[in-house]
Design a protein around this ligand. Structure first.
Ligand SMILES: C[S@@+](CC[C@H](N)C(=O)[O-])C[C@H]1O[C@@H](n2cnc3c(N)ncnc32)[C@H](O)[C@@H]1O
Length: 254
């Protein structure tokens, strides 16, 4: 099992297991793959990066990834990106209605914002802390010609949300390991009827229950009445664990 990130002209393959021989087989099979990187750690740190070791090919691993007619420039060694989440990004884009004001927290190289902006006429604000991801996000909104619709703020969600004065119709929180801890910032920028898409990690046995409990507890702590309106299994995360999405409607703010 491996991921290929890039285009027909230039791509990198990211493998979990295997040696140089496996890397050679991949490059033989996929002529566009110019580098093979191997994961040598789990995703870690604030930027959610793997440590990646070059097994074979070009040291320059910057690529332009193509999905659903969108182009995303990025270097997987320096920023978070998962090609496996393309369908999920489209699911979100399908829900957006014309004229919405949207906040994408933890925006990365802006794949959610661009997937939405390409489909719907709306205004999107992105917040991302990794300066390299911000640089790519700014470039990507230009490449995809959505600069009029998407704004990138480079900074920490905790600080940037305190400065924002407007309220949003929809807030996307794609940081599954700890998004619930940032719910108070999402509530601050919500209004009644706002929708929050919160990603979480849930164990297979209890599916959604553990994530929902955290969300409900945090809402209660913040004095916000919410309703969970939808639950989506997104992708397997680890043995017996799933990345899930909980859709929250804000009913009443204090
Ligand atoms: C799981 S990645 C998702 C990136 C992007 N939304 C995507 O789907 O490709 C989470 C992102 O949140 C960023 N991040 C983590 N903590 C943050 C914080 N406190 N404020 C802003 N961004 C943060 C990381 O740098 C990383 O790019």
């Amino acid at each position: 099992m491996y991921d290929i990130i890039g285009s027909r002209e230039k791509a990198v393959a990211i493998i979990e297991k295997g040696d140089k021989k496996f890397a050679e087989e991949i490059m033989k099979k996929h002529k566009n793959v110019k580098s093979v990187l191997k994961k040598v750690s789990k995703r870690k740190g604030e930027y959610r990066l793997y440590e990646l070791k070059l097994l074979l090919g070009d040291e320059n691993t910057e690529v332009v990834h193509k999905e659903y007619g969108i182009r995303l420039k990025l270097d997987p060694k320096k920023v978070y990106f998962s090609p496996r989440e393309a369908t999920e990004r489209q699911r979100i884009a399908e829900m957006v209605k014309k004229g919405e004001k949207i906040l994408v927290m933890f925006a990365g190289v802006a794949p959610y914002a661009i997937a939405i902006a390409k489909k719907v006429d709306c205004k999107i604000t992105c917040i991302e802390i990794n300066p390299i991801a911000c640089k790519y996000a700014v470039e990507n909104i230009k490449i995809n010609k959505v600069e009029e619709k998407v704004k990138i703020i480079c900074g920490d969600v905790r600080e940037e949300c305190e400065k924002i004065k407007e309220k949003f119709d929809r807030i996307i929180m794609p940081l599954p390991e700890s998004a619930w801890k940032f719910l108070k910032y999402a509530f601050k920028l919500s209004k009644e009827r706002s929708i929050i898409h919160l990603y979480a990690i849930s164990s297979e046995n209890t599916m959604f229950k553990d994530a929902e409990e955290k969300v409900l507890k945090e809402a209660e702590k913040q004095g916000v009445e919410i309703k969970i309106i939808n639950r989506q299994k997104v992708l397997p995360y680890a043995p017996k664990k799933w990345k899930v999405r909980i859709d929250i409607e804000v009913i009443h703010l204090n």
